[in-house]
Ligand binder design. Structure first.
Ligand SMILES: Cc1ncc(COP(=O)(O)O)c(C=O)c1O
Length: 389
């Protein structure tokens, strides 16, 4: 039997994550002994802070190895509710919180329980590559809202309004953003909020996974802070992967209206069940512990981001908006250059330099370069890029 006939239409339409693919190709080439310089990582290169590991180890030793509530460890839900109440100025309780397998599953679950066939989700471009796929998987239509480097990847509110139809259910905002590293200024959030006041059926997905990773002097403002009157229609996605270097732990969360959270809990109870019980104890330690470890990592990212940005600005013909958050830069290639996929293929083949093509994020003229790497790797990568160009 040709097994391809077993594959559903839904799965056939699905694109694998290009970022994960490139990182694993780079790792495999390195393992073969090739001289690879990888600036493709979407994850911290730091180890998880030891007090988090110790709390998890203790949980394991204490026998926390069984099934737990599908919605998450009650203590973790409580700690998340407290954090959101304090930091997002959004008064919530555990009923508003679902603990998920990373931020990814928070978005996946949300769309699965809210989208009907044909519902539209507006996604400002450049976007994190999983958004459109997750919308499609839930039967919805991703509506891509273009922006460009020439206007600093700013969201154009007039254009946003034009893309609204009676099928629009959500708009996604992601600040600090992947792949641009852009932090949305308060004004931009305010103008989105004013527009949404005219459209009461549209909700907001606010992906805040890079919340702590902001450049010195920059303040990360959340949507709920600027528009508390819209609290009922905001869904916050967050997790522990980026801020606490816990990518492999798979702990994230969704915060939103209890009715939607209840539906997402049912979905989770019938699919993955609870997030790994002892990993959740590590997440509690992260939330309740000192933030010094986060600050230390942020300082290092800031130094590395500055290094990457100044190096890129020194390369002729490359254009860049200065990223002020996350750990990425998203420079635009010279006009004469091949497309981003071809460019990144050549970079890997000729220079052993791994970067992610902008095409994966909806912008073929750019490439994503990560600064979640040591300073020497960044300098090495910049040299290879300069030579290649
Ligand atoms: C913008 C954005 N949102 C969500 C996620 C998901 O993070 P995780 O599922 O690892 O918590 C990522 C991961 O790269 C991301 O870049």
């Amino acid at each position: 039997m040709p097994h391809s006939i077993l594959i559903s239409q839904r799965a056939k339409a699905l694109k694998p994550s290009l970022t994960l693919e490139i990182s694993s190709i780079a790792k495999a080439l390195k393992a073969e002994g090739k001289d690879i310089c990888s600036l493709s990582a979407g994850e911290p290169d730091f180890d998880t802070p030891s007090f988090i590991i110790e709390a998890t180890f203790k949980a394991l030793k204490d026998g926390l190895t069984r099934y737990g509530p599908a919605a998450g460890d009650p203590e973790l839900r409580e700690a998340i509710a407290e954090k959101i109440t304090e930091m997002n100025k959004l008064p919530v309780t555990t009923e508003n919180v679902l603990v998920t397998n990373g931020g990814k599953q928070a978005i996946y679950n949300l769309f699965q329980v809210t989208l009907n066939p044909g519902d539209e989700v507006i996604i400002p471009s450049p976007y994190w590559l999983s958004y459109p796929e997750m919308v499609r998987l839930a039967g919805g239509n991703p509506i891509i809202l273009e922006s460009s480097l020439s206007n600093g990847f700013q969201l154009d509110v007039a254009q946003l309004e034009e893309s609204i139809t009676d099928k629009t259910k959500f708009i996604i905002i992601n600040s600090p953003g992947n792949p641009t590293g852009r932090v949305m200024p308060r004004k931009e959030l305010e103008s989105i909020a004013s527009l949404l006041r005219k459209y009461p059926k549209i909700s907001v997905v606010s992906d805040e996974i890079y919340e702590y990773l902001v450049a010195e002097g920059i303040t990360q403002v959340t949507f709920t802070e600027v528009a508390p009157d819209l609290n009922d229609r905001v869904f916050i996605v967050n997790g522990f992967a980026k801020s606490w270097a816990m990518t492999g732990w798979r702990v994230g969360y969704l915060v939103g209206h209890p009715k939607v959270i209840k539906a997402a809990i049912s979905l989770q109870s019938q699919s993955t069940s609870n997030v790994c019980s002892f990993a959740q104890r590590g997440a509690i330690a992260a939330l309740k512990g000192s933030k010094d470890c986060v600050k230390e990592m942020v300082e290092k990212y800031n130094r590395r981001r500055n290094l990457l940005v100044s190096g890129l600005n020194d390369i002729k013909d490359i254009s860049l908006i200065t990223p002020n958050g996350a750990f990425y830069a998203f420079p635009q290639l010279p006009d004469s250059c091949v497309g981003s996929i071809e460019f990144c293929r050549i970079a890997l083949e000729k220079e052993g330099l791994a970067m992610v093509p902008g095409m994966a994020f909806g912008e073929d003229r750019c490439i994503r370069i990560s600064c979640a790497a040591s300073s020497s790797t960044i300098i090495n990568g910049l040299n290879r890029l300069r030579r290649l160009l």
